[in-house]
Design a protein around this ligand. Structure first.
Ligand code: B12
Length: 459
C-alpha cells in the first residue's frame, strides 16, 4: 500500500474558508477505499503558508503527493512544488483540479519538480497512477500529461468520462479527513437566504458533471458540455448519511444545472421528502434562467429549497448573445419573478467589461438592478484559462503581460480584481464605471455618456 499526501491549495484568502474541497475529498475517499495510507492536508482551511507546510511535512516520507486547486492557485503550487521536490527527491508529485486541467502542459513546463497533471475527473486516474508508482511508466495511464525520464512532456490518450452508473458507485467524499468542526462548520453561514445565513453545519454537495450550455467565459473541469448526473437516490442517501454523521442543517447543491433535468429534480424532491430531510436540512442550488419552471419551483420550495443562484451576467440582450448565454433579459426577469413568487430567494451574479461592453449595456444592466432592488458589486469578466474568451483574447492578455503568459496566470485571483482588460474601455474607465454601477449612479453614467457624445436609449 502506498503512502499518499493530498494538499488542498489556499484560495480566496480575504474571506474565511467556506467550501470543502469536494473533488479532493473524493480522491481521498477512493484511495482510502483501497486501503492506501492517505493524509489530507487542508492548507486552505488552515491558511497555511508554503513555509508552514514544508515544516509540517519535512520529516515524513510519501510515495505520492497530490495537489488540488483552481487555476487561481497556480502561484501557490509554483512555490510549493519545487520546495517539496527538494525534500522528497523520490516521491511522485502530481496536480489535479482546475489548474492542472486547464493548463497541464504549461504547468509541467513552468514548474520544476512536477511529474504529472491529471486532466478532468481524477477518481480512476489516481488509482492507475498509484499502480505505476514502482515502474514509473505512466505512458498507458489515460487522462494525464506527464514528464518522462528524459524530461519530455507527454500527453496520454483521453480518459472516457465516467458514466452515471460509475458516478453512483463512488464512495462519499472523505469529510472525516477535513477539519469540519474546527473550520468548515464554524464558517457555515452564507448570505444567500435566511436559512443559509443562519446555518451552523452546512456542507457543499456536487452531484453533476459537465454543463450543456456553452458560455464563452466558462470552463468545465470535469466533462465539458457532456452532462452526467448522480441519481437522486444516491444524492439523498448521501445527504442522509451526512445528516446522521454530522447533524448537517444545510446543503449547498453547487450543481450548475439543478433544474435542467426536470424529471430528476422532481424525483430528488420526492426522495428528499420521503427521507424526512425537508425540515431539518434546508438547501439551495443553481439554475440557468431558461430552466426556471413554476411547477418545479413550488415543489422545490415544499422540499426545503431556500435560494437559487441564477446566472444573470448582463441585462443587455446583445451582450447575452455575444457571450452565448442562450437567454434574454425577458427570461432573466421571468426567472426572477417566478422564483420570488415561489418563496425562494433568487440570487443573481453579474459581470462587467465584456469585449462588446458599451455605455448602453452598462446603463441597461444597472437599470435592471435598480428595477429589481438588487445590491450588486459586479465581477470583472476574466478570461480564465480553458474558456473560449481565454483563447480569443490571447493577444490582449499577452499585450498586458509583456508577452509573458505565466505572469497573467500568476496574477489570477478573484474576479473582483481587474486582471486583464478585454473591453474597449481604458482600465480607469472600466474600474470607474464598475463603481458607478455598484452605486447604481445612473445620473453619472448618463453624464459620462454625454461627455463622449453618446446618446443613451432609455427604454
Ligand atoms: C465550489 C466552487 C468554488 C468554491 C471553492 C471550491 C473549492 N474548495 O475548491 C469557491 C466558491 C470558493 C470558488 C471560487 C472561485 N471559482 Co469556483 N467553482 C466551484 C464549483 C461550482 C464546484 C467545484 C467542485 O467541487 N466540483 C466538483 C468536483 C467533483 O470537481 P473538481 O473539484 O474539479 O475535482 C475533480 C477533478 O478536477 C479532479 N481533481 C481535483 N483535485 C484533484 C487532485 C488530485 C491529486 C487529483 C489526482 C485529481 C483532482 O478529480 C476530482 C474528481 O473528479 C466549480 C464548477 C464545477 N461544477 O466544478 C467552480 C469552478 C471550479 N470555479 C471556477 C472559478 C473561475 C472560480 C473563481 C475564480 C470565480 C470568481 N468569480 O472569482 C473563484 C476563485 C477565487 C480565488 N480567489 O481563487 C472555475 C475554475 C476554472 C479553473 N480553470 O480553475 C469553475 C470550474 C467554474 C467554471 N465553470 O468556470 N469556486
Amino acid at each position: 500500500m502506498s503512502k499518499i499526501l493530498l494538499i488542498n491549495s489556499p484560495i480566496r484568502e480575504t474571506q474565511p474558508p467556506k467550501n470543502i474541497p469536494y473533488g479532493l475529498s473524493l480522491i481521498a475517499a477512493v484511495l482510502d477505499e483501497l486501503q492506501h495510507e492517505v493524509v489530507l492536508l487542508d492548507a486552505n482551511a488552515y491558511r497555511l503558508t508554503v513555509d508552514e507546510i514544508i515544516e509540517d511535512i519535512k520529516d515524513e516520507d510519501f510515495d505520492l503527493i497530490g495537489l488540488s486547486g483552481l487555476v487561481t492557485t497556480y502561484k501557490f503550487q509554483k512555490e510549493l512544488i519545487p520546495r517539496m521536490r527538494m525534500i522528497f527527491p523520490e516521491s511522485c508529485i502530481m496536480s489535479g483540479g482546475g489548474c492542472a486541467t486547464s493548463i497541464p502542459k504549461e504547468m509541467l513546463e513552468w514548474i520544476s519538480g512536477l511529474d504529472i497533471c491529471v486532466i478532468g475527473e481524477g477518481e480512476r486516474t489516481v488509482l492507475d497512477v498509484v499502480i505505476h508508482l514502482e515502474d514509473r511508466d505512466f505512458s498507458n495511464v489515460p487522462g494525464i500529461v506527464y514528464r518522462d525520464r528524459e524530461n519530455q512532456i507527454i500527453e496520454t490518450q483521453k480518459r472516457p468520462l465516467m458514466t452515471p452508473e460509475e458516478l453512483d458507485q463512488l464512495p462519499y467524499p472523505a469529510l472525516d479527513m477535513l477539519p469540519m468542526e474546527d473550520v468548515y462548520f464554524k464558517n457555515s453561514s452564507i448570505a444567500l437566504s435566511y436559512e443559509a445565513l443562519e446555518s451552523k453545519r452546512r456542507i457543499d454537495v456536487i452531484s453533476e458533471r459537465g454543463c450543456p450550455w456553452g458560455c464563452t467565459f466558462c470552463f468545465h473541469n470535469v466533462g465539458g458540455r457532456k452532462v452526467r448526473y448522480q441519481s437522486p437516490k444516491y444524492v439523498v442517501e448521501m445527504i442522509k448519511h451526512f445528516r446522521f454523521k454530522y447533524a448537517i442543517d444545510f446543503v449547498t447543491l453547487v450543481d450548475e444545472n439543478m433544474l435542467a433535468n426536470k424529471k430528476r429534480a422532481i424525483e430528488f424532491c420526492d426522495l428528499y421528502e420521503e427521507a424526512g430531510l425537508v425540515d431539518v436540512v434546508k438547501w439551495g442550488s443553481t439554475g440557468h434562467p431558461n430552466t426556471i419552471d413554476p411547477d418545479i419551483l413550488s415543489r422545490l420550495k415544499e422540499c426545503g429549497c431556500t435560494y437559487l443562484e441564477i446566472g444573470g451576467e448582463s441585462a443587455d440582450n446583445r451582450i447575452l448573445k455575444e457571450i452565448k448565454k442562450n437567454t434574454t433579459v425577458d427570461k432573466l426577469q421571468r426567472a426572477l419573478d417566478l422564483t420570488l413568487k415561489a418563496g425562494i430567494n433568487p440570487v443573481m451574479n453579474f459581470m462587467v467589461g465584456y469585449e462588446g461592453e458599451d455605455l448602453q449595456s452598462i446603463y441597461r444592466t444597472t437599470k435592471f438592478w435598480v428595477k429589481n432592488g438588487f445590491q450588486i458589486f459586479p465581477f470583472i469578466i476574466t478570461p480564465y484559462p480553458g474558456s473560449e474568451l481565454y483563447y480569443k483574447n490571447m493577444d490582449k492578455i499577452l499585450d498586458q503581460y509583456d508577452s509573458k503568459l505565466e505572469n497573467f496566470i500568476l496574477a489570477l485571483g478573484d474576479a473582483t480584481e481587474l486582471t486583464v482588460n478585454i473591453s474597449n474601455f481604458s482600465d480607469p474607465e472600466l474600474l470607474g464605471l464598475r463603481d458607478l454601477m455598484a452605486k447604481q449612479d445612473l445620473v453619472r453614467i448618463k453624464r459620462f455618456a454625454k461627455e463622449k457624445n453618446i446618446e443613451l436609449d432609455d427604454e
